[in-house]
Design a protein around this ligand. Structure first.
Ligand SMILES: *Cc1c(COP(=O)(O)O)cnc(C)c1O
Length: 414
């Protein structure tokens, strides 16, 4: 029975699992088509004076019970808009977890501010509040938290630290649509929340993003202007400050409106199948399945579990290859290495050859990016096992995936 597929045996899963790159794992159809046709027939595809973008923003604001929602062209654009909104600039430091999508860090760098990397929890890979507190300096302006994989950060501790040090909190919820922390929806706990609708996220508009806030005038700026060239549209060609054009189009918004109506059911499905997988593998020695409970509700952008490398004969990269051969596409951890070890940071590959913001003409900031600054994040890359999740995976399929993983882990058990 232990004849592994990678050693020439029969794969445990003899069919193709749903994936997020086609309608096998996405739910895009008649509802989206109907909304889109209205936009096409109106001839107004942009956001001015289209109706769909305004509706999508209103629907999103209502769903999250916030005052303001501004749609953007991507999640990275949403995060950059948030940085502009809270008036982060050259010389400012922004605290950010060492494990996240590069988009989180790009948003900080595009303001010529300095990302200061904070270590993470070994199991959730979410920002570690005790390391966060240690890394605050007089230059720190804000904290960017990331609810990775769909599991919430320890927001009580983070908000407490932020209040004590007079810092604003931006929540990157790109992987955490409707995730709950102590019953509260993430993105509404800090000062600003950001979302992504890229192809693999809980809902998709192809690419796209959203920024939400309850306080539409932080540090003297209005959110909408931060994604619209600083242009107050009620005025004839005026620009209050430097800002990019990050509009979402009415075409994307039309798709977003239909997707949002299905979001609750998507999350219900994602949770059912993920919990079936957890049930199948939770008792394997050396495995820690994702935390999840009613208060801290995981919404499973991804299913990421942890292995104890000492319990297995081969490392997580080789285990991932063997599990993939059984028919479950799995990666050895979310990131192969923490973000500070990538070239934009490690080698200051930023604005042309200037190396700004690390070494600009008139100033330079200290940014000590090197191996070892976030040891837990580095360790996590050797322990993680990462599966991109979707709403079409059934409970039975979750269980099948569990059996495939169990087959491989049992075979390579020490
Ligand atoms: C996807 C993602 C982003 C960036 O979103 P894009 O839409 O791809 O620009 C940022 N942060 C996290 C945590 C993400 O998962």
């Amino acid at each position: 029975m232990n004849n592994l597929a990678i050693l020439g045996g029969k794969p445990e899963i003899g069919y193709k699992l749903p994936d997020v790159y086609s309608n096998s794992g996405r739910n895009v159809g008649e509802e989206e088509k109907k909304e889109l046709i209205e936009v096409i027939e109106s001839g107004s595809l942009g956001y001015l004076p289209g109706k769909k973008l305004k509706q999508f923003q209103n629907d999103w604001a209502e769903k999250f019970d916030v005052k303001t929602a501004v749609a953007t062209s991507s999640g990275t654009a949403a995060l950059h808009t948030a940085m502009i909104f809270i008036n982060v600039g050259p010389g400012d430091e922004v605290l950010v977890p060492a494990v996240t999508d590069m988009g989180t860090v790009i948003a900080i760098l595009l303001q010529n501010a300095t990302p200061v990397f904070v270590d993470v929890d070994l199991y959730t890979q979410n920002i570690d509040p005790s390391d966060l507190e240690r890394k605050i300096t007089e230059k720190t302006k804000a904290i960017m938290v990331v609810h990775l994989f769909g599991y919430p950060c320890d927001m009580d501790s983070i908000i407490k630290i932020a209040e004590k040090n007079n810092l604003l909190v931006v929540e990157d919820c790109a992987q955490a649509h409707l995730t709950k922390y102590k019953g509260k929806i993430v993105g509404t706990i800090g000062d600003v929340g950001c979302f992504s609708f890229q192809q693999t996220k809980h809902i998709t508009t192809g690419d796209g993003g959203m920024v939400i806030t309850n306080n539409n005038n932080i540090r003297g700026r209005e959110l909408q202007l931060c994604a619209d060239k600083g242009w107050p549209r009620e005025k004839y060609r005026d620009h209050y400050f430097l800002a990019p054009n990050y509009h979402m189009t009415d075409l994307q918004a039309a798709v977003g409106i239909a997707q949002l109506r299905k979001l609750d059911s998507f999350i219900e499905n994602r949770r059912k199948s993920a919990l079936a997988l957890s049930k199948a593998i939770k008792d394997i020695e050396g495995v820690v399945v994702p935390y999840d409970n009613d208060d801290n509700l995981h919404t499973y952008f991804a299913y990421s579990f942890t292995i104890d490398p000492k319990k297995f004969k081969i490392d997580n990269k080789k285990l991932a290859e063997a599990i993939t051969a059984e028919g479950v596409k799995i990666f050895p951890s979310y990131l192969p290495k923490p973000l500070y070890l990538y070239d934009p940071l490690l080698k200051s590959k930023t604005y042309g050859n200037t190396k700004c913001p690390f070494n600009c003409i008139n100033y330079s900031v200290e940014a000590n990016y090197k191996e070892g600054i976030c040891p837990v994040a580095e360790e996590a890359s050797m322990r993680g096992m990462f599966i991109l999740w979707n709403e079409k995976i059934s409970e039975d399929q979750g269980n099948d995936m569990g059996n495939a993983i169990k087959k491989v882990l049992t075979y390579y058990k020490k």
